[in-house]
Design a binder for this molecule. Structure first.
Ligand code: ATP
Length: 905
C-alpha cells in the first residue's frame, strides 16, 4: 500500500470530504485488511494516551518525608542531637526512616492495585476489517480503521465520520460543553473551532444516541485529547471519606499533642523546676508515644488490599468511597436479563394465528425440532416466513468454533432467534444475499423494537420488525393466517397468548412485517408506526442464575432488599422474580402504573413492590430518588447510555462490564466484570468486611498510643523516672503498629457479617463505644506497664530491667490484644478465631523474635538500654498479657449479653 498515510497531516480532516479522508488514509468503506492493520499498529503504536507523569522512585521516597508527623520527629532528632543524646537521635532517625520506607512500599502496593483495576476497564471498539465486523481492544485501533459507533459508546480515537444516523455526541471531555452535539458527514470550514466540527467524532467523547461509522484519522497521543494532555481519570485517588476523616483526626491529634507537650515542658521547668534537658526527653517520649504514625498509611493499605480482592472477584471499584457506601446499602435494584438470569436464551415456543409450536433443544446449537401437540412438525411455509423475519431483523452472528461449539456474537435475544431460524432449516447466507438490508432502526430500551428494511433483486421492499408484543400490537393492523393471507388483527387472541407465555416465565417477542415501496431506502419511525402484519409471538426461556438465587437470599438475610427493575413483560418478570425469591406474593408494578403515581404516593407503595416491569431508564431514576427520599441507601445497576443519570444518582451505581456501554461505566462507581448479581452481593460483603477491618485496625492501634501516653503522663504527674525512654516508645510503636497491626489488613470477613443489618450511613466512626474501648484498653496497657515497672523497682532491681519489663509488658499486651481485635464484639475463644488468620500468627512470631532481640541482643541492649530477664519476670509479662485478653473478652461478653452491641455498632 504505497506511502503510509499521515496521522495528522495538517489537522484539517474536517475540511475534507469523507471520501477524501478515506483516500488520504488509504482505506475504504469496508475497512483495512487484517494484515494492513497489523502493519500500521507496528508503525503507529498502540492507541493509548501516554500514562500521566509519575514521580520517579527517588522523588516518591523523598515525598514520604513530607508529613507533619515526620517533621516533628526530625525536629526532635535535631534537639536530642544538640543535647548530646546520640542514642535517642539515632533511634528517632531510624524510626523516621522505617516509616518512610514502609510508606514507600505501601504506596507502591496501593498504586499497583489501582493499576490492575485500570487495566480491567480498558474499552473495546467495533471495527470493520476486510468488510467484516470485529470487536477489538480499542488500543489496537490504527489510522485508517473504520469504526462503528452506537449509542453509549465512548469514541475510541479521532474519527472523520463517513456515515451517520441521528448521531448525538456529548463532547464535555473535550470542550466542557455537556449538551450533546448533532453530527453529520458534510465537511466544514477548515478553520472551524473544535466544537463546530460536525463531521468529526473525537476520542474520549460519548455517543448519546444514534449510530455512525467513521475512519480513524488520529490515534493515541495524536488525538485532540492526547494533544490537550487530558488524562481520562478512570479510578480516583486512593482515599475515602473515612480515610480523610482519620487523616484529619491524626493531624488534629498531632497539634493537640504538641500543645500539650509544650505546656508540660514549660510547666515542668517553671513549676517543678525540672532540668530542661530531662524534661525535654520526657516531652519527646510523650509526643512519640501519642502520635499514631502508622495509622493513615496502614489504613490506605487495608483499603487497597480490599479493593484488589474485590477486583479479583469481578467487582471493579472505580470510585473508592463506594467501598464504604457499599457496606451501608439497604436496597439493591437490579436488572433482570443477564444479571439475575443467565442470558443464555432459547426460543421454546412459537405462537402463530393458527397454532402453538414447541421448540426442542437448548442453547445456541441449532439442534432441535418443532412439535405441535407433541407431534413432530416439518417446517412449512408459515413457519419459514416467521423464521425469515427472525433471521433478517437481527444483528447477531453465530459461529461454530474449532471444537464445534456455537459461539454467539451479539445480543442473546437475537442469538436465540438465529438458532430458531437455523432449526427451521433456513440457509442464512443465501437469505442475506437474496434480501440485503438497506436500512435499520436499532433496538433501544426506550422504544422496545427493532426494524429492518430489505430489498430483493427485483426491487421489492420489505420491512421486518420485532419487539415487545404490546408495542408491536399497536403497530399492526392485520395478522398472517396459516394460508399466507392477511386477516384483521385479533388483538385479544394475541394478548391472551402473550399473558400465557409470560406466566411461564418466558421472555416475549412479537415478529411482524410490511411491504415497502421500491424507492424507499431509509427507515424512519413513521414508516413502522402502523400498517404492519403480525406474524407470530415467540417465547424465549432465560433461566435464573443459580448463584443469583443464593445471593438474593444472602442479601435478604443481611437486611438488604432486592428489587428487580426490568424492561421485560410484567408477567415474565413476576414469574422469574418468584424463582429468584424476589417479590414473592407481591404485585409487580409496570412503568406505566408508576407514571400515574405522584412522588408521595410512590414512596408509600414502594416498600410493597419488588418487581418493576416494562420500566425505562427514566423510571429507574424516579425510583432511585423516591427510595433515597425514604432514607434508603440504594445500589442500582444499569447498562445503557440512558441509565447514566440513575447510576449517577444512586448511592452506588453499578455498571455491567460486558454488556454495559462506556457511558454507563463512566457514570458508575462499581463495574461488574461478569455482569452477575452474585458479584454485587459479594461486593457488599467485601465492602462491609473492609469497613470492619478499618475499624478493627483503629481499635487495635489507638490503645497502643493511649497506653504509652498514659505511662509517660503518669511519670510526669507523679514525678517518677520515665518507665519508657523515648527510644523505647518508638521501638514499641514500630513493632506493634507496623508489624502486628498490618495483620488485620488480611483479616477475612467475619462469619455473621451478612446477617447484620446495614450500617447507618452517617454513623460516626469514633462512637461513644469506640472511645470507651480505646480508653479501657489504654488503661489496661498502662496499668500493666506501670505496675510491672514499679514492682520490679520495689524488688530492688535495676532501672534498666524495670524498663525492659515495661516495654515487654506493653508489647505482650498488644500481642494478646491482637487476638481480641479480630472481632469487635464476637468471642475469639475458639479455634478459628485464634488460628484462623495466618498473618496474625506470622506477625506475632516476628514480633516475639524482635522482642527477644530487644531484650538479649547486645547491640540492641546498647541502643535501648535493655537487659536480659529471668523466667519469673517473663511469666509476669505473660500474665499481664493474659489479663488484658481476659478482661477484653469479658467486656465483649457483657456487651453481647446485654445486647449493647446493637447500639454500639
Ligand atoms: P433488563 O432491563 O432486566 O435487562 P430486558 O433485557 O428484558 O430487561 P430490555 O432489553 O429493555 O429489557 O427489553 C425489553 C423488551 O424489549 C423485551 O422484553 C423484548 O420484548 C424486547 N426486546 C429485547 N431485545 C430486543 C431486540 N434485540 N430486538 C427487539 N426487541 C427486543
Amino acid at each position: 500500500m504505497g506511502n503510509p498515510p499521515s496521522q495528522h497531516s495538517d489537522h484539517t480532516w474536517h475540511g475534507l470530504t469523507a471520501q477524501q479522508a478515506l483516500e488520504e488514509q488509504r482505506s475504504s468503506a469496508s475497512g483495512l485488511s487484517q494484515e494492513e492493520a497489523e502493519q500500521r499498529l507496528q508503525r503507529y503504536g498502540a492507541n493509548r494516551l501516554p500514562p500521566p507523569q509519575r514521580r520517579g522512585p527517588l522523588l516518591r521516597l523523598l515525598y514520604q518525608f513530607h508529613n507533619v508527623l515526620l517533621y516533628m520527629m526530625l525536629v526532635a532528632a535535631l534537639i536530642t542531637a544538640l543535647l548530646g543524646h546520640w542514642v535517642d537521635t539515632s533511634v528517632i532517625l531510624a524510626a523516621v526512616l522505617i516509616n518512610v520506607i514502609i510508606g514507600f512500599i505501601q504506596e507502591g502496593k496501593a498504586e499497583n492495585a489501582l493499576d490492575a483495576i485500570r487495566s480491567m476497564l480498558s474499552p473495546h471498539a467495533m471495527v470493520l476489517r476486510g468488510g467484516e465486523r470485529h470487536e477489538i481492544d480499542a488500543e489496537r485501533l490504527v489510522p485508517g480503521d473504520i469504526v462503528l459507533l452506537v449509542s453509549g459508546d465512548k469514541v475510541p480515537a479521532d474519527l472523520r465520520l463517513v456515515s451517520v444516523k441521528n448521531l448525538l455526541v456529548e463532547e464535555a471531555a473535550l470542550t466542557g460543553e455537556s449538551v450533546p452535539v448533532e453530527k453529520s458527514v458534510a465537511h466544514c470550514n477548515a478553520d472551524a473551532a473544535l466544537g463546530d466540527r460536525r463531521c468529526m467524532a473525537y476520542s474520549g467523547t460519548l455517543v448519546s444516541s444514534g449510530q455512525a461509522s467513521g475512519v480513524v484519522v488520529a490515534s493515541g497521543a495524536d488525538t485532540e485529547l492526547g494533544r490537550i494532555g487530558a488524562m481520562l481519570q478512570q479510578v480516583q485517588a486512593l482515599s475515602t471519606p473515612l480515610l480523610r476523616q482519620i487523616e484529619q483526626f491524626s493531624r488534629w491529634l498531632a497539634v493537640i499533642i504538641l500543645i500539650l507537650a509544650l505546656a508540660t515542658f514549660i510547666l515542668g521547668i517553671l513549676w517543678h523546676g525540672q532540668n530542661p534537658g530531662e524534661m525535654f526527653m520526657m516531652v519527646v517520649a510523650l509526643t512519640a508515644s501519642a502520635i499514631p504514625e502508622g495509622l493513615p498509611a496502614i489504613m490506605t493499605v487495608i483499603l487497597a488490599l480490599g479493593v484488589q480482592r474485590m477486583a479479583g472477584h469481578n467487582a471493579i471499584v472505580r470510585r473508592l468511597p463506594a467501598v464504604e457506601t457499599l457496606g451501608s446499602v439497604t436496597v439493591i435494584c437490579s436488572d433482570k436479563t443477564g444479571t439475575l438470569t443467565r442470558n443464555e436464551m432459547t426460543v421454546q415456543r412459537v405462537v402463530s394465528a393458527s397454532r402453538i409450536l414447541d421448540v426442542s433443544g437448548v442453547g445456541y446449537a441449532p439442534e432441535g425440532a418443532f412439535h405441535q401437540d407433541g407431534k413432530l412438525l416439518e417446517p412449512d411455509t408459515e413457519l419459514l416466513e416467521i423464521a425469515r423475519a427472525a433471521q433478517l431483523c437481527n444483528d447477531a452472528r453465530l459461529q461454530q468454533d474449532a471444537a464445534g461449539h456455537w459461539q454467539l456474537h451479539g445480543d442473546p435475544t437475537e442469538g436465540a432467534l438465529l438458532t430458531l431460524a437455523l432449526k427451521s432449516g433456513l440457509d442464512i447466507q443465501s437469505l442475506r444475499t437474496q434480501l440485503p438490508r438497506s436500512d435499520a432502526i436499532p433496538f433501544e430500551s426506550e422504544h422496545r423494537f427493532m426494524a429492518t428494511l430489505h430489498h430483493d433483486h427485483t426491487g421489492h421492499g420489505l420491512v421486518y420488525l420485532k419487539g415487545a408484543p404490546e408495542r408491536v400490537l399497536e403497530m399492526c393492523a392485520s395478522q398472517r393466517s396459516a394460508d399466507g393471507a392477511n386477516k384483521v388483527l385479533d388483538a385479544d387472541y394475541w394478548r391472551r397468548q402473550a399473558t400465557d407465555l409470560a406466566a411461564r416465565g418466558l421472555r416475549l417477542l412479537a415478529l411482524a412485517s410490511k411491504t415497502a415501496p421500491t424507492e424507499q431506502r431509509n427507515l424512519s419511525f413513521d414508516d413502522v408506526e402502523s400498517g404492519l402484519t403480525l406474524l407470530a409471538l415467540v417465547g424465549i426461556i432465560d433461566p435464573p442464575r443459580e448463584e443469583a438465587i443464593a445471593a438474593v437470599a444472602e442479601c435478604q438475610r443481611a437486611g438488604i432488599r432486592v428489587k428487580m427493575i426490568t424492561g421485560d413483560h410484567a408477567e415474565t418478570a413476576r414469574a422469574i422474580g418468584a424463582q429468584l425469591g424476589i417479590g414473592v406474593g407481591l404485585p409487580a408494578m409496570t412503568g406505566a402504573e408508576l407514571e400515574l403515581l405522584d412522588d408521595r404516593r410512590l414512596r408509600e407503595v414502594l416498600p410493597g413492590v419488588e418487581v418493576f416491569a416494562r420500566a425505562s431508564p427514566e423510571h429507574k431514576l424516579r425510583l432511585v430518588q423516591a427510595m433515597q427520599d425514604s432514607g434508603e441507601v440504594v445500589a442500582m445497576t444499569g447498562d445503557g447510555v440512558n441509565d447514566a443519570p440513575a447510576l449517577k444518582r444512586a448511592d452506588v451505581g453499578v455498571a455491567m462490564g460486558n454488556k454495559g456501554t462506556e457511558a454507563a461505566k463512566e457514570a458508575a462507581e462499581v463495574v461488574l466484570a461478569d455482569d452477575n448479581f452474585a458479584t454485587i452481593a459479594g461486593a457488599v460483603r467485601e465492602g462491609r468486611a473492609i469497613y470492619d477491618n478499618l475499624k478493627k485496625f483503629i481499635l487495635f492501634s489507638l490503645p497502643t498510643n493511649g497506653g504509652q501516653s498514659l505511662i509517660v503522663i503518669f511519670a510526669i504527674l507523679f514525678q517518677v523516672v520515665l518507665p519508657l525512654t523515648p527510644a523505647q516508645v518508638l521501638w514499641i510503636n514500630m513493632v506493634t503498629s507496623s508489624t502486628l497491626g498490618l495483620a488485620l489488613a488480611f483479616e477475612p470477613s467475619e462469619r455473621g457479617l451478612m446477617q447484620r443489618a446495614p450500617r447507618a450511613p452517617n454513623e460516626p466512626l469514633l462512637s461513644g463505644f469506640f472511645v470507651w474501648r480505646v480508653v479501657m484498653v489504654s488503661v489496661l496497657i498502662a496499668g500493666a506497664g506501670i505496675g510491672l515497672f514499679l514492682w520490679e523497682l520495689k524488688l530492688g532491681n535495676s532501672l534498666e530491667s524495670a524498663r525492659t519489663i515495661a516495654v515487654n509488658a506493653v508489647v505482650m499486651c498488644e500481642i494478646f490484644y491482637l487476638f481480641n481485635s479480630r472481632s469487635i464484639f464476637g468471642s475469639v475463644l475458639n479455634r478459628e478465631a485464634l488460628l484462623g488468620n495466618r498473618a496474625v500468627l506470622v506477625t506475632i512470631a516476628i514480633c516475639l523474635v524482635l522482642q527477644l532481640l530487644f531484650t538479649y541482643a547486645p547491640p540492641l541492649q546498647g541502643v535501648f538500654g535493655s537487659v536480659g530477664l529471668s523466667l519469673e519476670e517473663w511469666l509476669r509479662v505473660l500474665l499481664a498479657g493474659l489479663t488484658l485478653f481476659a478482661v477484653a473478652e469479658l467486656e465483649k461478653w457483657v456487651v453481647r449479653r446485654f445486647g449493647l452491641h446493637a447500639q454500639a455498632a
